[in-house]
Design a binder for this molecule. Structure first.
Ligand SMILES: Cc1cc2nc3c(=O)[nH]c(=O)nc-3n(C[C@H](O)[C@H](O)[C@H](O)COP(=O)(O)OP(=O)(O)OC[C@H]3O[C@@H](n4cnc5c(N)ncnc54)[C@H](O)[C@@H]3O)c2cc1C
Length: 398
């Protein structure tokens, strides 16, 4: 027997959950999220959870600042508790990227964040033990936050459920069902769901799902490698800020008192499609390769010299949904009424999810593309409007 809905969303990550919440706020009656595993099982539960606005692109920065506000106000807005760590974001970069960093600071200040260039003494004060050298420049955004991604995703699911969204876990969507030139639902592991509107928010799986109905997106599963390191057992140094080092190409944030999350600034590496490490999101190596770990450790000591006496605690990997310009694709499928998708977040989807959810909900309910997401349409790639953006190192992707 099939179930009926007004909107079906495939994927119980932050993108699908934020969209579902906004759909309910817009008055849509029956919203169902189908999640093949559990809420947060994709990237959402495994993210670093950093939300900063110090980026050299005004629209991206604006969305990220709005996400900071969204998460900081989460409890007062929804009544669901969410721990938000306002740690501040400390950026180290090389002098050759001075213009780029100045642009990011200018953008952040223009949109209402309070980022600024800082000197060596200020950097040392903000993050004791950070490498300080006269060849580097430093900037700081005090309002940047970090949230534990799994509780945050779960909190979004609580809000969605409170608003009446039905979230069905352990339900794998198979075929997308089409009736003539319109969407009519999906087939899943527990039966059919009929709906006139369908949103694909399934991250690294999304492009493959759409390719089955002949929709080919330039979005690729890219395997990223992360590690947790433990501070030295003797000495008492700890990481207390979110640190992004454009020179070693690592980013860090505290994990409890004694550990830190260490990830690669993928945006510094993925400058063309040959850099994509393509792997099957259903079957990929779950731990970091030894050579990369040695490299990471070496770079970490360069960023935080005291970590020479620290040690690796554990590693993990995850599959990003990478787009050619490192920004998401928010669109609908041409010539097929009712099929929407929000994919290609390229490792940055957590901090744009609240704005993406709002825009996609408006798109789905009105059928009209909101003006504030036109820059993220699929056609930008064929029309030469790829987004010129980077992690503030100066490189421009594709
Ligand atoms: C290590 C790491 C660090 C990150 N750090 C940050 C950060 O600091 N800041 C930031 O902004 N972003 C960060 N990101 C990126 C961010 O986590 C993602 O962009 C975001 O979570 C994507 O959310 P999503 O809902 O689009 O996809 P996902 O969270 O991947 O959700 C997709 C869901 O779809 C489900 N699904 C797939 N196929 C099917 C199917 N057939 N049927 C039903 N369900 C299906 C999956 O099980 C999954 O739960 C990071 C990502 C990683 C991996």
């Amino acid at each position: 027997m099939s179930r009926l809905a007004d909107v079906v969303i495939v994927g119980g990550g932050v993108t699908g959950l934020c969209t579902a919440i906004c759909l309910k706020q817009l008055g849509v009656k029956r919203v169902i999220i189908l999640e093949k595993f559990y809420v947060g099982a994709g990237q959402s539960g495994r993210a670093a959870g950093i939300v900063r606005a110090l980026v050299p692109h005004e629209k991206v920065a604006t969305w990220q600042l709005q996400a900071q506000i969204f998460f900081k106000d989460f409890y007062s807005r929804f009544g669901v508790p969410l721990k938000v760590n306002q740690l501040g974001y400390l950026l180290r970069s090389s002098f050759q990227n001075e213009d780029r960093v100045a642009l990011a600071i200018d953008v952040a200040n223009r949109i209402g964040s309070q980022a600024k260039r800082i000197n060596l003494a200020e950097a040392a004060d903000l993050q004791p033990g950070l490498r300080l050298d006269a060849e580097s420049i430093y900037a700081f955004e005090p309002g940047a936050i970090q949230i534990d991604p799994m509780p945050a995703t779960f909190a979004l699911a609580c809000v969605a459920r409170q608003l009446g969204v039905e979230i069905i876990e352990d339900c794998a969507v198979g075929d997308i069902l089409v009736d003539g030139s319109s969407i009519c639902g999906v087939a899943s592991s527990i039966g059919r769901f009929e709906a006139p509107r369908l949103m694909i928010a399934s991250g690294a799986w999304g492009a493959q799902q759409l390719s089955k109905i002949g929709v080919n997106l330039p979005i690729y599963p890219h395997r990223a490698e992360m590690a947790f390191f433990h501070a030295p057992l003797v000495g008492g140094e700890t990481l207390c800020r979110i640190v992004s080092d454009g020179i070693t190409q690592l980013y860090l944030r505290p994990e409890g008192r004694d550990q830190m999350f260490v990830g690669w600034r993928e945006g510094d590496f993925v400058n063309n499609l040959s850099c994509i490490v393509r792997e099957n999101p259903d079957d990929y190596k779950q731990i970091i390769t030894p050579a990369r770990l040695v490299d990471m450790q070496h770079r970490l000591v360069s960023t935080l010299p005291y970590m020479k006496s620290g040690f690796m605690h554990r590693t993990y990997t995850c599959i990003y949904d990478y787009s050619p310009d490192g920004q998401p694709v928010l669109d609908e499928v041409d010539k097929l009424t009712g099929l929407y998708f929000a994919l290609g977040f390229s490792g940055g989807g957590f901090s744009v999810a609240p704005c993406v959810g709002q825009a996609m909900a408006e798109y789905i309910t009105t059928g009209l593309r909101p003006a504030n997401i036109k820059w993220l349409s699929l056609s930008r790639f064929s029309e030469g409007r790829s987004i010129q953006w980077s992690n503030s190192t100066g490189e421009i992707k594709l």
